[in-house]
Design a protein around this ligand. Structure first.
Ligand SMILES: O=C(O)CCC(=O)C(=O)O
Ligand SMILES: [Mn+2]
Length: 203
């Protein structure tokens, strides 16, 4: 593939099985308090194929009328997002090289037929902080390109326990998930994939 932009790092197998199981349990608790919802596209209201929720002081949400944004409460329950698990704060401390803690952890759940189109993570005001992504469950094909949608892209697989950092010059690189490979992990009993992205919103 085209070489990755500077500041984009892939750390394969960074989390061992016990750490992955611990995180899945933490996410299960979060989903009880803050149920997964179906995000919809600004303007069209078209549903995305992932379901999502958040933890942390802010969460990323989107809907037809109000578009992409961060807010302190769940869009359907109106309650504050659950706290971020200490394990995720640790990971950020170890890998993000940023002085402040993450404010949001977006939790994406992909069924085996879900995907995510090419996009930039640009709803934050702190681009000096990386986006730290954790993959759990079935393997996916992750696509990453440059700073313009038309720039050449390349793809690689992300397996359970892998971490990706989008930082430095690559912080605003276009990226997406082309597909999930069913049956490639035993971590999630019913298949699918969970992706966690830790984000800093305010500088
Ligand atoms: O699922 C992934 O690996 C990427 C998710 C993502 O890009 C996002 O939530 O903004
Ligand atoms: Mn993204």
């Amino acid at each position: 593939m085209a070489s990755l932009m500077k500041g984009i790092r892939h750390l394969p197998g960074y989390l061992d099985r016990a750490e992955q199981e611990h995180l899945v349990e933490a996410i299960r608790q979060i989903v009880i308090e803050a149920p997964l919802f179906v995000p919809t596209m600004p303007g069209t209201g078209k549903p995305m194929s992932v379901r999502m929720t958040n933890c942390g002081t802010l969460g990323w949400v989107t809907d037809k009328d109000n578009g992409y944004r961060y807010q302190p409460t769940h869009p359907f329950t109106g309650k504050p997002w659950p706290a971020m698990p200490p394990k995720l704060l640790d990971l950020w401390e170890r890998l993000a090289a940023y002085s402040k803690p993450p404010e949001a952890c977006l939790v994406n759940f992909y069924s085996d037929d879900a995907k995510m189109g090419l996009h930039q993570d640009k709803d934050e005001n702190a681009f000096e902080a990386p986006v730290l992504s954790v993959s759990l469950g079935n393997t996916c094909l992750f696509r990453v390109g440059g700073l313009e949608r038309k720039a050449p892209t390349g793809s690689f697989k992300l397996s359970s326990g892998d971490i990706v950092l989008l930082g430095g010059e690559g912080r605003l690189a276009f990226h997406g998930v082309d597909r999930i490979y069913p049956g490639t992990s035993t971590l999630l009993k019913n298949g699918g994939r969970i992706n966690l992205t830790l984000r800093r919103i305010n500088p």
